[in-house]
Design a binder for this molecule. Structure first.
Ligand code: HEC
Ligand code: HEC
Length: 305
């Protein structure tokens, strides 16, 4: 009596458990029982399924012709590809970009993240992955940014090296990691670095064997900060205007005639693109000088009659 009382509820329980777990003993063509469908099954077109509604039978549709993804227009070739109207690499920064000290500093920050591993923290080509002994090193040497070739590259070429990489991926491109603006920031860093570390060969010629310790403070700035790479003090032509007779004259610039005074010189150093001298390319890098160095330099300019 007692026994059958227990067995009956036990049997019901076992049956119930079996139906919840699902009887997997045989196959069926019917869909599985789905007790609480919520919104799991809807009438919709899945990307790769057939679709009789459209003439081409595809569910996945193309965007409307002429659609441009936000932020992907890239219609300024100088800015996004470093190319001029003639399709050649630009010699200077794009109009949309201002090479300031802050830009070069941001470029340096990015350089340390993305370029230093191969090209070195000092941009001297001695990165940790290029200098470590094989195997496991980066097999192709990465050049110093102070070598002749990176010094002579047009700014658009430097930009393209960052964007697209170099020589069929001997160096990979960094377009995915660096926005257009950051690529130009890195270019600003490279040219500032080059300007502040003049080519020893070129500098030797420019100094003409002059003993730096005998120079006036302003002459020292002119030589040591690399101004001599692009400017002369004797009227001879170089990439930038000569400093001879510069002080006090009225300079023709893209913003109109401008008297050469202290404010103009300081502006030329901190933000060279603010006024670009007529007849010269806008390639002067921003040069951070201390107030003392700028004052010394101006004293020197005054003597260059
Ligand atoms: C994975 C290593 C690696 C990294 C990271 C790297 N480079 Fe390079 N880079 C190279 C190598 C290798 C070459 C030389 C390629 C050759 O000559 O075939 C090179 C060459 C260059 C050149 C000279 C191109 C030319 O046409 O002569 C420039 C400029 C340059 N790199 C800039 C950069 C900048 C800026 C960054 C950071 C955004 C960077 N590189 C990151 C390996 C690297
Ligand atoms: C990479 C080449 C380069 C270097 C290095 C360079 N400059 Fe220039 N500089 C130029 C060019 C090109 C111009 C003319 C275009 C312009 O106005 O931006 C110029 C213009 C100037 C002007 C305005 C001259 C005028 O005729 O009105 C001053 C002042 C000047 N630079 C000072 C300096 C000083 C000081 C240094 C060093 C600390 C220096 N530059 C380093 C290329 C350079």
């Amino acid at each position: 009596m007692q026994r059958s009382n227990i067995l009956l509820p036990l049997g019901v329980l076992a049956l119930g458990a079996a139906s919840l777990v699902g009887c997997r003993g045989w196959t069926s063509d019917k869909p599985p029982v789905h007790l609480n469908p919520n919104m799991d099954t809807q009438e919709k077109a899945k990307a790769f399924t057939k679709n009789a509604f459209f003439a081409d039978g595809l569910s996945m549709r193309l965007p409307v012709e002429g659609t441009v993804a936000r932020g992907f227009l890239h219609d300024d070739d100088a800015q996004s590809r470093g190319l001029g109207a003639d399709g050649q690499p630009t010699q200077d920064f794009p109009a949309s970009f201002t090479a300031t000290v802050a830009a070069a500093e941001r470029g340096k920050d990015r350089w340390m993240v993305y370029c230093a591993p191969c090209h070195g923290r000092a941009a001297d080509g001695k990165g940790t992955v290029t200098t470590r002994p094989p195997p496991g090193n980066y097999p192709i040497p990465a050049p110093s940014m102070l070598d002749a070739r990176p010094r002579s590259m047009a700014l658009g070429q430097l930009y393209a090296a960052i964007k697209d990489g170099v020589n069929n991926n001997n160096m990979p491109g960094y377009a995915a990691q660096l926005s257009e603006e950051d690529r130009w920031n890195v270019v600003a860093y490279i040219v500032t670095l080059q300007a502040n570390n003049p080519d020893p060969q070129a500098a030797k010629g420019a100094r003409g064997g002059v003993d730096l310790s005998k120079l006036s403070p302003g002459e020292k700035v002119y030589n040591a900060k690399g101004c001599n790479a692009c400017h002369s003090v004797d009227g001879s032509p170089k990439l930038g205007p000569t400093f001879k007779g510069l002080w006090g004259k009225t300079e023709q610039t893209d913003k109109g005639p401008t008297p050469v005074d202290e404010a103009y010189i300081k502006e030329s150093l901190a933000n060279p693109m603010a006024k670009v001298v007529t007849g010269f390319p806008p390639v002067m890098p921003p040069v951070p000088l201390s107030d003392q160095e700028a004052a010394d330099l101006i004293d020197y300019l005054k003597t260059l009659k």
